[in-house]
Design a protein around this ligand. Structure first.
Ligand SMILES: Cc1ncc(COP(=O)(O)O)c(C=O)c1O
Length: 392
């Protein structure tokens, strides 16, 4: 970015310039966007189709991979209707959701763990398989929750740097399994890259690796792929291998705030984790959340809608990156990772100061990156204008 531009933006921040004025200036500086579209970005920070209101943030949050399309209108209705049953413990909807997941996954209900977000399951798994002087093998970078918790109770983390393609290096991960390894953590699609591993390669890997210890496959973002069901490792669970496939309602289903996730695994592993996890029947998710998740699970039309909208936004953003000569890692999810030439934190801070858009700066193996969640088109218009300035 030209130093005078950075100075001007920082000066504007100091002067507490209001965003409407900045947007006008940015539109002029960016040249390619119309003022009305930017005004819409300001007025409508979130998608309206599902009937949800504007965001509760006082900024635009493109840093934690929330689904800007929100939950299915049917899920909203189900949650509203169930509020009056809030006095009941959530046993009934818990068991119903569990059975519905089991049926669709082709397993028995005792192979399904439902938790307060998949974080709940990640944490419980780290306690079961990551203690007693054991080690966990994972790719680096990857999603950090299970790794962080495992470290806290003394587990050694064997992190294998990503491959040249910036994907988990499966052969090296396999070769790094030790006698004391209690678990392998693979995130597919990967966070923060948004890349998929080739299905057969991952299947072969899971078959081999699971001879030594359980493999946890975090499929939090799999619903964003059109062929999600053909990419999942669920069939290995059905074959009886010690694989834990973990999913969440926080992403494509737009229920991040309701805290529901689940895992499908062997009956033995489900029992082991089940005895140690926080949720159980009454400990974790609420009645309302569970009913929302049930309705969201049934509404496949909404998931298709979210998937299509996200793809449109992602494709458009990739074209934008091409147009400004910005490298990116092609993604199958609701976020993208961009290698950048300057300090990523400085870029993110400047963008925030200028647009109130929050993105996630990263330093990976000595290289600066930005991880950006896909917003709705209006948010993305504002983002593109900001990036055009801060990346130049
Ligand atoms: C890969 C991955 N797994 C799991 C989670 C946890 O999600 P939740 O606890 O909302 O289900 C996230 C959240 O961002 C994620 O990116």
């Amino acid at each position: 970015m030209a130093p005078e531009l950075l100075e001007a933006i920082l000066h504007q921040k100091k002067m507490s310039m209001n965003r409407r004025d900045w947007i006008k200036n940015a539109a002029i500086a960016g040249g390619s966007l119309t003022l009305p579209s930017l005004m819409r970005a300001q007025a409508q920070p979130t998608a309206k189709k599902s009937g949800i209101g504007d965001s509760t943030y006082d900024f635009i949050n493109l840093s934690i991979n929330e689904n800007q399309w929100g939950p299915s209108p049917k899920a909203i209705k189900a949650m509203e209707e169930k509020v009056r049953f809030a006095y009941e413990y959530p046993g009934v909807p818990f068991q119903k959701l569990r059975s519905e997941i089991a049926e669709r996954s082709g397993v028995e209900a005792d192979q399904v763990l439902v938790g307060a977000g998949s974080s709940d399951i990640l944490m419980s798994t780290s306690y079961v398989f990551g203690k007693d002087n054991s080690s966990i093998v994972c790719s680096d970078p990857t999603f950090g929750d299970l790794i962080r918790w495992s470290k806290r109770h003394g587990t050694e983390i064997i992190s294998i740097p990503w491959s040249e393609e910036r994907k988990p290096d499966l052969p090296k991960i396999l070769a790094s399994i030790r006698e004391d390894t209690g678990l392998i953590y693979i995130c597919n699609p990967e966070n923060p890259t948004g890349t998929f591993l080739e299905k057969e390669a991952l299947k072969d890997f899971c078959r081999e690796a699971s001879k030594k210890c359980p493999v946890f496959v975090d499929e939090a973002y799999i619903d964003f792929a059109a062929d999600a069901e053909s990419l999942t490792m669920m069939e290995l669970v059905r074959e009886g291998l010690p694989i834990i496939v973990c999913r969440t309602f926080s992403k494509a289903h737009g229920l991040g705030g309701m805290r529901i996730g689940y895992a499908v695994t062997s009956p033995e592993i489900a029992k082991q984790i089940g005895e140690n996890y926080v949720s159980g029947v009454v400990g974790g998710s609420s009645h309302v959340s569970l009913e929302g998740a049930r309705a969201a699970y049934a509404d496949e039309e909404w998931i298709s809608y979210v998937r299509e909208q996200t793809k449109k936004v992602r494709d458009d953003f990739m074209s934008f990156c091409d147009s400004i000569g910005q490298e990116y890692i092609p993604s199958h999810t609701t976020f993208m990772l961009l290698p950048v030439k300057k300090d990523s934190k400085m870029i993110a801070d400047t963008l925030y100061a200028a647009t109130k858009i929050k993105i996630s700066p990263r330093m990976i193996h000595g290289q600066n990156y930005l991880r950006i969640s896909m917003g709705n088109p209006a948010q993305m218009d504002l983002l593109k204008t900001g990036l055009r300035l801060v990346l130049s």
